[in-house]
Design a binder for this molecule. Structure first.
Ligand code: ADP
Ligand code: MG
Length: 295
């Protein structure tokens, strides 16, 4: 009976009343999340319009680059359906336990703290078949119930597109430092970038910039760069949308091999052109964010 009344009440609310209620709820959640994340200095979110462009590769290697610079790093894998951050960081069979201050994240290489849906699944072949509210609940728990402790950067790896997970992250975390959009060089990628940037801007979250990945193949024998996927899409998208361009990462087969082995390529293939490009991007990001960082 009470349930029926609640349903009737909620349907009899005007649009304005529902919006006001939602705003109030969100304000309360922001208060709680700000308190929980008070020792996290910067939050970066890695996003893209489509899958397979290298978000997880960028998130993991950005995190590793930061950690190599003696920063305290957390990685939140918010890809509920395709949680592969732990695999790329070489973390296997971690079962989270609950300590006095919350869920204990896994400790990856260089003491990076990692939380992922992958840790909660019985085996890697089990799919997560959830609708929006359940996913939002899981993401909320990853933010509020995980003991992230003191971090310089929390890097959030998102699934592709503008669905439930990006919406939850952009809505719930009140102090996002910036969103990094990963794209490939084709001009058609511009369409996807435009959607992502529009969503981020509409939610009043700052866009830190665009990274163009898979930007040409460097011949390991002669060093010639073959622009397999065209060129300039990332820069063009940045100019068109009025956001900074952070840099390009070439295609390097060792990135795939290292990723599959769970070894961040910035460490494993540190002398490659791709790793060099990544170090430059990391430096650019730090200069934009950290007031005292001179490089
Ligand atoms: N610059 C690159 N050169 C070679 N392989 C890459 C590069 N960037 C990503 N990959 C590979 O492409 C695949 C998809 O990358 P991933 O980071 O999982 O994308 P997303 O998270 O956007 O779906 C992975 O196998 C990864 O190792
Ligand atoms: Mg991914």
């Amino acid at each position: 009976m009470a349930q029926k009344e609640a349903v009737q009440n909620s349907t009899s609310q005007t649009k304005e009343q529902r919006e006001a209620q939602f705003k109030k709820q969100l304000e309360e959640e922001h208060k709680l999340i700000s308190k929980k994340m008070k020792d996290v200095k910067y939050v970066l979110v890695v996003m893209s319009g489509k899958g397979g462009v290298g978000k997880t590769t960028v998130a993991v290697n950005l995190a590793t680059s930061f950690a190599l610079n003696a920063l305290r790093i957390g990685v939140l894998d918010a890809d509920i359906h395709g949680p592969n951050t732990p695999k790329m960081l070489g973390i296997k069979n971690y079962v989270p336990s609950v300590g006095e201050s919350g869920i204990i994240p896994a400790l990856g290489p260089l003491n990076m703290k990692v939380m992922s849906m992958a840790f909660l699944l019985p085996d890697p072949d089990t799919p997560v078949i959830w609708r929006g509210p359940l996913k939002m609940g899981a993401i909320k728990q990853f933010i509020t119930d995980v003991n992230w402790g003191e971090l310089d950067y929390l890097i959030v790896d998102l699934p592709p597109g503008t669905g439930d997970e990006p919406l939850s992250i952009l809505q719930l975390i009140p102090n996002i430092t910036g969103v990094i959009i990963v794209t490939t060089p084709q001009e058609v990628a511009l369409l996807d970038v435009r959607k992502s940037i529009t969503m981020v801007k509409e939610m009043h979250v700052p866009v830190l910039g665009i990274i163009e990945n898979m930007s040409g193949y460097v011949c390991p024998k002669c060093g010639h760069v073959e622009k397999i996927f065209g060129e300039g899409g990332g820069m063009k998208a940045a100019n068109d949308m009025g956001v900074p361009f952070l840099g390009s990462i070439p295609i390097d087969p060792s990135i795939t091999i290292d990723g599959d082995k769970g070894l961040p390529f910035v460490v494993q293939s540190s002398k490659s052109k791709a790793a060099e490009a990544f170090r430059e991007i990391t430096d650019k990001i730090r200069k934009k964010i950290e007031p005292d960082y001179k490089g």
